[in-house]
Design a protein around this ligand. Structure first.
Ligand SMILES: Nc1ncnc2c1ncn2[C@@H]1O[C@H](COP(=O)(O)OP(=O)(O)OP(=O)(O)O)[C@@H](O)[C@H]1O
Ligand SMILES: [Mg+2]
Length: 257
C-alpha cells in the first residue's frame, strides 16, 4: 500500500453464492487522475463501486483510500473518509427541491455543523448554518448550470440534468475520490460533450481524483489516461486507453457480447 495512490485495491473480490462476480482486482489510481473502468454488461463494474463504497463487504482482498485501509467499514464512514459516488440508476430525493438535494450532501460536514439543540430552538446559529449551506449548494449547482433550477423539484428535471444534480450532490460531501457510474448514459451528444468539460473542470477545481464507468468509449478516451477493462469479473487489461481499444482480447470481449 502506498500513499502515492488515492485508491489502491489488492486482490479485491466478492462472490454471490457460487458466482464470483469480481475477483483479483488490483487497481492503483493516482491522486488527481481520471481513470476509467470499462467492460461489457455484467462484467462487474458496478460491483466494484459497491465494494469500495461499503455497500458490499469484500469476500477477498482489501482497499485503501489515500493510504488508509477502509475494508469492511460502513457506507457512512467510507463516505465521510472521502469516497462519494453517483448511481447507474439515478437516486435523488425526487420530491425535494434541487437545492435541498445538494444540501443533504452538505449536512455531514463540520463547516456547516449546528447542534440539534440550536436547530430545535431556532437559535441564530441555526439560520447562519442554513444560509451558509444554501450558498454553498448554489455555488455547486452553478458548476452544472443548474442554479436557475434550484427551487424546482428534482423529479421535474430532464434526465441529463438529474445526472448532473447527482454529481453535484456527491461533490457536496467533499470527497477525495469521486466515483461516476455511467454519467453520460441517456445524454445526447451535446450534453455528453458538455459533461466531459464539466468532469475536467471538477478534477482541476477541486483537485479531485475521479474513477468513472462508462460505455461511451469516446467519453472514456477523451477523459481518461488509464483504464482497466473488466470481463467476467476479472481484469482483462489495464493501461493506456488507446492501446486498450486495439487490444485483441478486449475487442473479442466486446464483440463476444
Ligand atoms: N447482489 C447481487 N447478487 C447476486 N449477483 C449479483 C449481485 N450484484 C451483482 N451481481 C452479479 O454480478 C455480476 C456483475 O454485475 P455488475 O452490476 O457489477 O455489472 P456491470 O459491469 O456494472 O454491468 P452493466 O454494464 O450492465 O451495468 C453480474 O453477473 C450480476 O448479476
Ligand atoms: Mg453497472
Amino acid at each position: 500500500m502506498s500513499e502515492k495512490y488515492m485508491l489502491e485495491t489488492q486482490d479485491l473480490g466478492i462472490s454471490f453464492g457460487g458466482l464470483k462476480a469480481v475477483q483479483g482486482i488490483d487497481l492503483k489510481i493516482r491522486k488527481n487522475q481520471l481513470y476509467g473502468l470499462i467492460g461489457p454488461n455484467g462484467a462487474g463494474k458496478t460491483t466494484i463501486f459497491n465494494l469500495i463504497t461499503g455497500v458490499y463487504t469484500p469476500t477477498t482482498g482489501r482497499f485503501f483510500l489515500d493510504g488508509e485501509d477502509l475494508t469492511g467499514k460502513k457506507q457512512e464512514v467510507i463516505n465521510h473518509k472521502g469516497i462519494a459516488r453517483t448511481f447507474q440508476n439515478i437516486r435523488l430525493f425526487n420530491n425535494m427541491t434541487v437545492v435541498s438535494n445538494v444540501m443533504v450532501g452538505l449536512h455531514n460536514q463540520k463547516e456547516f455543523a449546528c447542534s440539534p439543540f440550536a436547530s430545535m430552538l431556532r437559535l441564530p446559529v441555526h439560520f447562519e448554518s442554513e444560509t451558509k449551506m444554501r450558498d454553498r449548494a448554489k455555488e455547486l449547482l452553478s458548476i452544472f448550470g443548474l442554479e436557475d433550477e434550484r427551487n424546482n423539484l428534482a423529479c421535474n428535471l430532464p434526465y441529463g440534468k438529474q445526472r448532473k444534480l447527482e454529481i453535484a450532490r456527491a461533490l457536496a460531501t467533499n470527497p477525495k475520490l469521486l466515483l461516476l457510474d455511467e454519467p453520460a448514459a441517456g445524454m445526447n451528444p451535446n450534453e455528453t460533450e458538455e459533461l466531459m468539460n464539466t468532469v475536467r473542470f471538477i478534477r482541476d477545481k477541486f483537485d479531485m481524483t475521479i474513477l468513472l464507468i462508462e460505455h461511451d468509449l469516446k467519453f472514456v478516451s477523451g477523459l481518461c489516461d488509464e483504464v482497466t477493462v473488466l470481463n467476467f469479473g476479472t481484469s482483462l487489461y489495464h493501461g493506456e486507453v488507446e492501446k486498450a481499444l486495439h487490444d485483441p482480447e478486449v475487442v473479442k470481449a466486446y464483440i463476444g457480447k
